[in-house]
Design a protein around this ligand. Structure first.
Ligand code: PLP
Length: 390
């Protein structure tokens, strides 16, 4: 028997619901049911659904110019690159279409730099449970246990070690190693932050060994943690940073940023038909300009604290673990309870939350989420967690 969804490849278990509209922290299905969205497209809708700045940027740019080809400059590409450079420690940008592609670019750049400056060194130390995307090379770079035997053979050159273990990194380095690549907070692993001591230790070690330090900020970048980039909290300056998700506010935009000293691509090394197209770059500019308005990142920080405190109170009352994460990227362990089942119950109650692991719930609302919406989410969560209580 065929169903109305049979033409779609089943890449993920999906509920029998079709979403048709969104506004801020709310998303509505074809039947007119509204859901409070604390997933936001897996943390991509930095400004929530249907933000006027994004709608206006799309409307204006679509009417003006959608794609002159990546072989020509366009104004939004230049302006967005300038804005990113002005607000970070980097000097140059390559735009990509998603996080995996930006990370592929980071690996290519590191290997090119290794060919030019380190006698062909190419190996990259990455981390157990890390997540860098779903291309073949990024599946090889990632440390997701379920991927270990998938789509063999893997791309060689990635050496995986335990996260937050500086000695393990030092032991994995040899004269063919060119870089260390990590998420400043491991998102898909269940929101596991790098300690400041680990991040600073990595910076010192990579400098001593003449290695590049690559931060994958696809999930943590663009205000998610309460500062524009997570490297700022850690007080560590990487050589390469990748962005995705939030930078596009929901449209496919990602970026690879680096310093003058490392920027060594030559014409022909890197590219792509849609890369840096004005339509998505205009949206990126709208996202950045909105978040950079005075006081906005402070508000994200305050909302993160409010969510963290509220979650901690619910967790204490309902026997969950300690809340962890930063800004509006938070998680809590469900201990004996099944997080996937809790997320499914939440869906039935009109709340979207996500379970990156069977015993972890993750919260990544719009950066524009209000205290009232946080309170509502906590109320629904508490009701779900009380299911089964006598
Ligand atoms: N890197 C990190 C840290 C991520 O969290 C993700 C996606 O979840 C990716 C890379 C891959 O990004 P994309 O799905 O846009 O390719």
């Amino acid at each position: 028997m065929t169903t109305k969804f049979d033409a779609i490849m089943p890449i993920v278990p999906r509920p029998d619901v079709v979403f048709v509209a969104g506004a801020g922290s709310w998303i509505t299905d074809e039947q007119g049911h509204s859901y409070l969205d604390f997933v936001q497209g897996w943390a991509v809708n930095a400004l929530g659904h249907g933000h006027p700045a994004i709608i206006e940027a799309l409307r204006r740019q679509a009417a003006q110019l959608i794609n002159p080809s990546p072989a020509f400059y366009n104004r939004p590409m230049i302006d967005l690159a300038d804005r990113l450079i002005a607000n970070s420690v980097f000097d140059q940008v390559f735009f990509a279409n998603n996080g995996a592609e930006a990370n592929e670019g980071a690996v290519k750049l590191a290997r090119k730099w290794g060919a030019l400056h380190r006698d062909g060194a190419y190996k990259i130390v990455t981390f157990e449970n890390g997540f860098h995307g779903r291309t073949l090379a990024m599946m090889s770079a990632s440390g997701k246990p379920a991927w270990e035997t998938l789509f063999e053979p893997k791309t060689p050159g990635f050496i995986k070690v335990p996260y937050n273990d500086l000695d393990a990194v030092a032991a994995a380095i040899d004269d063919r190693t060119v870089a260390v690549m990590l998420e400043p907070i491991q998102g898909e692993a269940g929101v596991i932050p790098a300690t400041t001591a680990f991040a600073k230790g990595l910076r010192k070690l990579t400098r001593e060994k003449r290695l590049l330090l690559i931060f994958d900020e696809v999930q943590t970048g663009i205000g998610r943690t309460g500062s524009l980039f997570a490297y700022q909290h850690l007080d560590v300056e990487p050589d390469i940073m990748t962005l995705g998700k939030g930078v596009g506010g929901g449209v496919p935009l990602a970026a690879l940023l680096t310093t003058k000293a490392v920027s060594c691509f030559e014409p022909g090394d890197q590219g792509g038909t849609y890369n840096g197209n004005p339509l998505v770059c205009a949206v990126g500019l709208a996202v950045l300009d909105t978040l950079l308005r005075p006081g906005i990142l402070e508000e994200v920080h305050a909302r993160g604290r409010y969510l963290s405190q509220g979650l901690s109170a619910v967790a204490k009352r309902r026997g969950l673990g300690k809340v962890r994460g930063r800004g509006l990227l938070l998680a809590v362990d469900t201990l004996q309870r099944n997080a996937t089942a809790i997320a499914a119950d939440a869906f039935e109650q009109g709340l979207l939350i996500n379970a990156p692991r069977p015993d972890t719930l993750r919260f990544m609302p719009a950066l524009t989420v209000s205290e009232v919406e946080i309170d509502r989410m906590l109320e629904i969560l508490e009701v779900i967690l009380s299911f089964g209580d006598a």
